[in-house]
Design a protein around this ligand. Sequence first.
Ligand SMILES: [Zn+2]
Ligand SMILES: [Zn+2]
Length: 355
Amino acid sequence: MREHGWWHVSAVTCHRREDSCGRADVACAYVCRSFRIGRHVVKALVYTHGHGVRFDEAPEPLPADGVVVDVVRAGICGTDLGAVRRGAPPLRSPVVVGHELVGTRTDTGEAVVANPILSCRDCVPCRRGDEHLCVRRQVLGVHRDGAFATRIAIPGQNLFPLGPAVGVTQAVLVEPLATALHAWRRVAPHKGARVGIIGAGAIGLCTLVAALGNGAAEVDVADIDPLKLDHARRIGAEATATELGGGYHVVFDTVGGTATRESAVTSLLPGGTAVLVGLHEPELRLQGSAVVAAERSILGSFAYRRADFADAVAMASTLDTDWVCVLPMEAGPGLLNGTRPAPPGASKIQLSINE
Ligand SMILES: [Zn+2]
Ligand SMILES: [Zn+2]
């Protein structure tokens, strides 16, 4: 029986699932329990260990879990790809993946975006305002059911209302824009700084927007994909190439490969600062002299503070979105598992869910 885009699943379906699993593992028990008690389910992209992501069903989120939001659209992020394909960060199993979303509150009808980081508000980092560094941090789509579902429950304090000027595509970019704003603020380069950015994905392009909006004199962007570099040039990058030149005050590595981290440091002026944002590979390998003898600094940047997120909401309506590709939710499993290639030149893919 289908109603309002989600289903009530019969005991027959439940039984088949238990049989197909053959053992009471967490995934089966989790899904089947909700079916047994006759709970409604939502359409979702569900990750389970050993199976990757499947287009499936998940228990309906309840108001007891937070404000219930009908997801309109959600973005695929490098974090999702790393988690699904390489186990970094490790995902709960099963879990609905995804953490970049725009949706509609079911209680008020208001359009909202969500800060996907849930914090305890009590530990040392939380109390000094670094809630994104909470020692008990939980992230939607990693530790709790996330954005690639027709419905999601989110604590009310994590929701930010959207003004009418913000488009759907722009709204889903609030999360990567917040990441870029935070990375920029980690250094707050002086006006007139020469800035290098490695990677022309969503974080790289949003960092470019942050740099141009904050008085950087010249911003160069490097990427191996010439189509993505076209986006960077259109937004205002000075020079674009497969590798950065040199002589930068600040370089942002939004890729996080072993080679890109090294390049971020070695392309700096003496005394410059490399900001490491991407997390593609675990290793950081450097010649010590590149840091010590030139007094270069290396900073990590992770996610965003609450204020960064709020500022990204306010800026979202100014974002160029020509570099975003929107695909149906059904394309999600292939894209996330790596069996379906990303469309050429897409610096960000968003999945259409309730549109
Ligand atoms: Zn993200
Ligand atoms: Zn905390």
